[in-house]
Design a protein around this ligand. Sequence first.
Ligand SMILES: Nc1ncnc2c1ncn2[C@@H]1O[C@H](COP(=O)(O)OP(=O)(O)OP(=O)(O)O)[C@@H](O)[C@H]1O
Length: 745
Amino acid sequence: MRRPKSKHIRKQERVSEEKEIELLNSWIQFQPPDSASNPMSLPPLPKDAPVGRLHDGTYSRYAGASRFHQLPLSSKTTDALSEAKFVAMTDIQRASLPHALCCRDILGAAKTGSGKTLAFIIPVLEKLYRERWGPEDGVGSIIISPTRELAGQLFDVLKIVGKNHNFSAGLLIGGRKDVDVEKERVNELNILICTPGRLLQHMDETPNFDCSQMKVLVLDEADRILDSGFKKELNAIISQLPKRRQTLLFSATQTKSVQDLARLSLKDPEYLSVHEESVTATPTMLKQIVMLMDLDQKLDMLWSFIKSHLQSKILVFLSSCKQVKFVFEAFKKLHPGIPLKCLHGRMKQERRMAIYSEFCERRSVLFSTDVAARGLDFNKAVDWVVQVDCPENVASYIHRVGRTARYKSCGKSVLFLLPSEIQMLEKLKAAKVPVHLSKPRQERLQPVSSLLASLLAKYPDMQQRAQRAFITYLRSVHIQKDKDVFDVMKLPIDKYSVSLGLPMTPKIRFLNQKIKSKAASTKSVLVEPEDSNKENILEVSGKKLDTITVEDEETKNDLFQIADTANEGEMKSSEIGEMIPATRVLKKKKLKINVHRPVGTRVVFDDEGNTLPPLARIADTQSGKATMLLDPEQKAEYYRRMRDELKKADKEDKVVERQRRREKRIKQKMKWKAEEEDDQDDISGSEGDEAVDTRRHKKTKVYFDSDSDEGERNEAKGNAAISTGTVTLEEQEALALKLLNSMHS
Ligand SMILES: Nc1ncnc2c1ncn2[C@@H]1O[C@H](COP(=O)(O)OP(=O)(O)OP(=O)(O)O)[C@@H](O)[C@H]1O
């Protein structure tokens, strides 16, 4: 146990801190970098140049510093940095730290894995230190991250760099059970690292929660936090923060939207995009492959890829939680020979954190949604990033592949691209993302569909998982905004269903309308544009794509075949055929056979052996006088009565039947709606899990989002629709009774 410091020592420390702060303030003010300048353009200070206050009473220049010790930083920070072996600064640190230290707002953009975290953690610590912030001052800085795992990672970095400071810090993220403990302590914390949802929860619920004096706001992955997924939460948060503050925004794909920045009321922000001039938008040590294949080949390819990279650490991205669950469960049952893990927004927080740490430590395959796409710095390098499903845009691609080749290490990535998504190549190229184009080596593929089919036959729950995966994938394509790239009508739906091992193509309700309207124009769509595709399927918009050929041995022996300009044109016509939009063959609806229906008609004979109409027998048994049938008048009267009775019964039956059908319809609609909401959450929930939480809670009324009330109202409305739109419970019971009676009679 550490002994408490004596009063005398504490006083000494305070005096020396005060002196240091005075020196730091003078140093910072002495020669601040020019506004709108990039310190990277200045000649770097020599390694052994004198720093701090110089003999002549002036101070050394810190704009243009290339090492941490050349910056006006407290000894507490510099000591921790050098202990953690952070000596030389990365480009974004060199560019932004001098501006950030003199309290300017920053919009920092730099490639993935280039050290942006330290570029905002250091200014936060230094600002609070120079302000002499103490426990009694409450919240001094808020750092917001879009995902819980990333928030956890930032917290770890803060603990390393801030270990000599006396600030208290807290990690406030959703999914943790100890929210009440948090509420008791949150007012004592100086630095909050949080996800938007949890921060807002504290703002709304924690008594006396006060951030009105806070000094520095940081948005990591700023473009993501500023996008529509977090809009409501962020606006609510910003409205409770003081206008006079320093704001630092960082991302590998920075927002330049004036509207976004206006929301944050930035003051003359310094825009520091250090890799804007760079030839590529992705790390130089990253080798990127795009593999063209059909939708039904994806799982074969993924399986073969895993089987042939058993010694690697592989991160696999899929577009929805349900796909992640299905592929993970199915592959796990097939025992590929490497540990498999999965990560998605629907998992319990403890499990998520455990998976994240395990993947940091061991070689394995991690199947994930976009929840792992941004910011995560897996401890031991990820060897491969595999994007099984096309990312929603170029920014998303850049963040996903950025999980490998971090800082100075190498990495590889492969994107499985459908012929219908070929426009993505053009977009990557326009965004300076260099990719090597390739095709699967058919002879090396290990088909997995038949294995999946027997798995699905053996485990009925797997069949359901596969169906949900199938539907959510199609829905994810359907709802994508970029229609140049994503067109669900171009997908070979039936083939895809078979590739998942499904015995038949599940119904896709949201596509029915589309298919119907498409059916009208099918002919024109199905007519193959004769020459255009055959000539060169890799030509997009009449312009040939620049592709790079890879020559290294490893890739040559791999599952890929790098397409060079010569064999691009040699793609077989069968492959070209796959590019033609497929339409779904609508199956004929099976007739329903009522097993309770009487099998034949009973034939009744009279005493002479003549056949009588069926009713004659009934009339006979009911009246007890067979002779009655012989009287034509009585017979007519009898038939009239019977007709009336039947008509009446028929009318009643119709009411009951109508009612039954209406109820069924309502039930079905509610089920579809629930499923739709479920799928929607599943897809859009992949990246910003905090935003998903809010949506998901709509269904079950949760406190912190203003949406939740709305959700409750909606739920109540839903119930009201059942009771007012149709009949009351008593009426329903009476009708059911009638229905039963009529069945028995
Ligand atoms: N000055 C430095 N010296 C040595 N290593 C560094 C330095 N700065 C950062 N790193 C290391 O580089 C790696 C990537 O840093 P960081 O996670 O901050 O990248 P990033 O730019 O935030 O990436 P992303 O855009 O993916 O969020 C980390 O492992 C970090 O420890």
